[in-house]
Design a protein around this ligand. Structure first.
Ligand SMILES: *Cc1c(COP(=O)(O)O)cnc(C)c1O
Length: 357
């Protein structure tokens, strides 16, 4: 397939934000986007980069009623020697195809989409912010576009990629967050769609997230849907607990999202010779470890924050403090290391980082 590139008329270019401290997240998008369509019997076609614009969708489009869609989230970094770096992007595209399988959507040709994504980032490279911790967020999205109000897989899809500058996740410094353990709501069930990055999971999480925010918490910590006791994940992050000398994270049971940062943290800890296990553990184990002081650190992992140290966990109206509410030593070390890898400063012994410009 050919990739057609239609550049924006210079007079229509949007102003690029100049104050990196005001970027925030997910509000500003660049001048171009990648798009292609799929039709049953024809496959993916009409791949092009064109000026960023509104979509032209029939109001009956399947995605708008039944949520048949999948997305990804990754970043391009302006790092060492003003270079442009991508981190493990093939893993994101592979995960997108797995989400497509679960949502009965056609797979993407990964090498082709990877090339299109790089072309888009390079075309809009002036939008990649330069301050430490900032990046260009990349959002690929597949949506079902059949104009049909009825429950079945679509015969037509639109795939697009938009990109936009995002600020440092911790503009006031790397700080511990407080999380609220939900025993009322669940996010996903084994056998459901929790392992896919698809809209429905996030719609299902909004009410709990809003109630946690109203109580003054940053995020919701989800327990398993069946027994309401095993730790699953937090908000849009996976979660790790350090009990004594062992670092533990929930196994990929099918109801949690297989995070790429999660996998990176596991591999880095193994390389550092730190014992790391993927196993079931319950909120009661966490409470007991906090009480007998073997709970050393808790941190979330995800592309947006990289590492998010947890200072307080509330469960059944009791606050449990972790690491005296401070940043744990391991959390800090992982954060510094992964950040340096992603921006090209750290020697990459994993083959995760690609300099594209
Ligand atoms: C995206 C996401 C993560 C983190 O995945 P990364 O690949 O590390 O960014 C974790 N949990 C949920 C629910 C997510 O949507």
């Amino acid at each position: 397939m050919e990739l057609e590139i239609q550049k924006i008329d210079p007079s229509r270019k949007k102003p690029i934000p100049t104050d990196d401290s005001k970027l925030g997240f997910g509000q500003v998008f660049s001048d171009h986007m990648f798009m292609m369509e799929y039709d049953a019997g024809k496959g993916w076609h009409s791949a092009r980069i064109e000026p960023y614009r509104n979509l032209d969708l029939d109001p009956a489009s399947l995605v708008l009623h039944y949520g048949q869609e999948a997305f990804e989230g990754l970043k391009a970094y302006r790092g060492k020697d003003e270079g442009i770096y991508l981190f493990r992007y093939l893993n994101n595209l592979q995960r997108l195809n797995r989400s497509c399988d679960r949502l009965v959507m056609p797979n993407l040709d990964i090498p082709f989409v990877a090339e299109a994504m790089k072309q888009l980032v390079l075309l809009d490279q002036d939008w990649i912010p330069k301050s430490p911790g900032t990046s260009l967020y990349i959002r690929p999205n597949i949506i079902a576009t059949d104009p049909f109000v009825g429950v079945r897989p679509s015969n037509r899809y639109l795939f697009y990629i938009i990109v936009g500058p995002v600020g440092a996740y911790y503009p006031e410094g790397f700080n511990p967050v407080s999380i609220f353990v939900s025993d009322q709501y669940v996010r996903a069930v084994v056998g459901g769609i929790g392992a896919s990055k698809t809209a429905g999971n996030y719609a299902a999480s909004l009410l709990a997230q809003m109630e946690a925010k109203e109580k003054g918490f940053t995020q919701v910590l989800w327990l398993d849907a069946k027994e309401r006791k095993y730790i699953e994940e937090v908000g849009t992050m996976n979660i790790f607990f350090k009990f004594g000398d062992e670092v533990v994270t929930s196994p990929l049971t099918g109801s949690i999202l297989p995070g790429i940062t999660r996998d990176s943290v596991i591999q880095v800890l193994e390389k550092w010779g730190i014992r790391v296990s993927e196993r079931l553990f319950s909120i009661d184990d966490v409470v007991a470890a906090q009480k007998d002081k073997t709970l050393k650190e808790v941190f979330g992992t995800g592309t947006a924050a990289i590492i998010s140290p947890v200072g307080t966990i509330q469960y059944k109206n009791v606050d449990y403090q972790v690491a005296d509410g401070k940043i744990g030593e391991l959390s800090q070390k992982l954060y510094d290391y992964l950040l340096a890898l992603q921006y090209g400063y750290e020697e990459d012994s994993f083959g995760w980082v690609e300099k594209i410009g």
